[in-house]
Design a protein around this ligand. Structure first.
Ligand code: NDP
Length: 366
């Protein structure tokens, strides 16, 4: 079959495309420039997939009909394009989906628009021209489930796919462009996923496809997308580099926090498994590594200091505050049972992810 992947040059998407090609799918990736497409074509041609991969430029995913042409003749869609940065951006925009979304977007918060409207625009194009499409997979986030990193909840809680992050959109509604950039990002993921389910529920009688949503927490692991320096890394890996690999000192408070996490290759695999799995239809699925999501940066620091042999010998890691392991109590966890029932991925351990990422960084001389 042939799969359309939007935002194909991104960190998670590049791995998704790679696994799709390895499993025998043909892939059409959308990117925002020819240069980004060429990086991908060259990379996959070198691996022997020159024939099976093509790219198409979709410059503006906000435009209605942006995906009308590219959804033709594909069997499935992985919608992965969405802004992942913590600067909310310039005011602007007139767009109407429903009152609530258009109100939030009218607050002038640029991250919301491509997240929400890009998602709806993909679903609209699939409804109009995606006559062969059987399934659409959307990359959402734990940000659409919980409003904070787990370690910041002060009461015991188990989050699952039944939970929705309603607090971040509300905060954005109240504070407008004064809302913090992290809150805006969380709101963008929650609202975009909500818009996808609303669209699907409204139109499911008219379409022959269904929807699966993948909700990963912080995604880490080796990059294969086009990055030339630690500063050009995608946001999540940039944070990992800074906290774990850079060697720059951190406060005890900073090392006591962190998002729950999952390896980028496992995240990508979930997106691929979702295409062909009956039970994944009409489900949102949390994909989380071990510890039910309980994590803090010191755990990564301890892990890299204990790796033998050291995967990055020229490098000095910080020692941090190992006592955090005794002191830290994380009360909120993630319920992984749906993932276990539907996919049963054997998630990479912290040791594996840390080792592979540091080896990659060492090869690049970072
Ligand atoms: P990247 O920044 O590496 O990839 C983002 C992709 O989206 C790129 O292809 C980017 O294109 C595209 N994109 C961003 N903004 C726009 C826009 N305004 N219009 C069109 N395309 C745009 O990030 P990730 O791979 O980490 O993220 C991929 C998806 O996974 C996102 O939906 C993200 O929210 C989600 N996610 C990520 C997590 C993480 O920790 N990394 C955790 C949970 C969810 P370009 O290169 O041209 O900017």
């Amino acid at each position: 079959g042939k799969v359309l992947v939007s935002g194909a040059n991104g960190y998670i998407a590049m791995w998704t495309v790679k696994i799709l090609l390895q499993q025998g799918y043909r892939v059409r990736g959308t990117v925002r420039s020819a240069e980004k497409g060429k990086f991908m074509s060259d990379y996959f041609a070198k691996l022997g997939y020159g024939e099976a991969f093509e790219f198409v430029i979709v410059q503006d995913i906000i435009k209605d009909g942006a995906f009308d042409e590219v959804v033709k003749d594909v069997d499935a869609i992985e919608h992965m394009a969405s802004p992942v940065h913590f600067n909310p951006g310039d005011p602007q925009g007139e767009w109407y989906l429903c009152f609530y979304f258009s109100y939030l977007i009218s607050l002038g918060i640029e991250t919301l628009k491509p997240a929400i409207q890009g998602t709806v625009s993909m679903l609209k194009s699939a409804m109009k021209n995606g006559t062969k499409v059987k399934r659409i997979v959307i990359t959402s986030s734990t940000a659409a489930i919980a409003s904070l990193n787990l370690d910041l909840f002060t009461e015991p809680r188990i989050f699952s796919e039944r939970d929705w992050n309603e607090a971040s959109p509300k905060e954005v509604e109240e504070l407008g462009s004064k809302a913090s950039a992290v809150t805006v990002y969380r709101a963008s993921k929650s609202l975009a996923e909500r818009a996808a389910w609303d669209f699907y529920n409204e139109h499911k009688a008219q379409v022959q496809w269904d929807l699966t949503v993948i909700n990963p927490p912080g995604v880490f692991g080796p990059p294969i997308h086009d990055v030339t320096s630690p500063k050009s890394l995608n946001l999540s890996l940039q944070v990992w580099y800074d906290m774990v690999a850079s060697g720059s000192p951190k406060t005890k408070e900073a090392l006591s926090q962190s998002p729950a996490w999952v390896d980028v290759r496992d995240t990508a695999l979930a997106h691929v498994l979702a295409l062909n799995n009956e039970a994944a239809g009409a489900e949102r699925i949390l994909t989380v590594s071990d510890f039910e999501g309980v994590c803090y940066w010191q755990k990564w620091i301890d892990t890299v200091n204990n790796l033998k042999p050291n995967p990055h010998p020229s490098h000095k890691f910080i020692f941090g505050y190992p006592e955090i392991a005794q002191e830290k109590v994380v009360l909120a966890t993630l319920d992984k049972s749906k993932e276990e029932r539907i996919f049963g991925i054997k998630f990479k351990t912290m040791e594996e992810t840390a080792k592979d990422t540091l080896e990659d960084f060492a090869r690049r001389g970072w």
